[in-house]
Design a protein around this ligand. Structure first.
Ligand code: E4P
Length: 217
């Protein structure tokens, strides 16, 4: 399973990258707004040290304008994945941009049928939003399962990018289902390392090492 950092915070991406836990990055207009930076400038900086796909989202809503924005974003670096919304215009833009050899991440997916359309449009990634479905008392993880089954039924190569991941339990469930990629805030990815028995065990080992006067260096 690939891990994408779901943030436009360059320092947070660098920190996670040093842990070897960043296979790519996803941003959206809200995350760029939170960073307080210009979209092209911050995306360029992220691409300067991340080799994997870096998603940058269009803000146009009409296919022609999305394609133009997508081309401009793709000029930033070869590893840009142009993010388009799951609308009919977005699907049209997806088909054109993937036809030009660009990676496309179709975002704001909330149903299996939407994911099926994105795969038929040649999307590189489909981003089903787990947390936002849970927020309205639906089952986000059920959507990941449905898409996995449909894509496997027909051998679609579109990668399932589980998005809107809010917790370590979401991360585990997405991995068990077989999502190809998970994008999560750095805090969630780091929290996956935590376990109270690890802390307790380490404290006991350190205590014994001190009492025994152990030295390695
Ligand atoms: C990433 O591609 C999505 O834009 C992001 O995961 C959405 O997360 P949110 O629902 O927590 O805003």
């Amino acid at each position: 399973m690939k891990f994408f950092a779901d943030t436009a915070d360059v320092d947070a991406i660098r920190e996670l990258n040093e842990l070897g836990l960043v296979d790519g990055v996803t941003t959206n207009p809200s995350l760029v707004k939170k960073s307080g930076r210009d979209i092209v400038e911050v995306t360029r900086e992220i691409c300067s040290f991340i080799d994997g796909p870096v998603s940058a989202e269009v803000i146009a809503t009409e296919a022609g304008a999305m394609i133009e924005e997508g081309r401009k974003l793709a000029e930033i670096a070869p590893n840009i994945a142009v993010k388009v919304p799951l609308t009919l215009d977005g699907l049209k833009a997806c088909k054109v941009l993937t036809g030009e050899g660009k990676m496309v991440n179709v975002t704001l997916c909330f149903s299996a049928n939407q994911a099926l359309l994105a795969a038929k449009a040649g999307a590189t990634f489909i981003s089903p939003f787990v947390g936002r479905l849970d927020d309205i008392s639906l089952d986000g993880m059920e959507l990941i399962s449905e898409i996995r089954q449909i894509y496997d039924n027909y051998g679609f190569e579109t990668q399932i990018l589980a998005a809107s991941i809010r917790s370590v339990n979401h991360a585990k469930a997405a991995a068990l289902i077989g999502a190809d990629v998970m994008t999560a805030p750095p805090a969630v990815i780091k929290a996956m390392a935590a376990h109270p028995l690890t802390d307790k065990g380490l404290a006991a080992f350190l205590k014994d090492a001190k009492e025994a006067g152990l030295k390695i260096l």
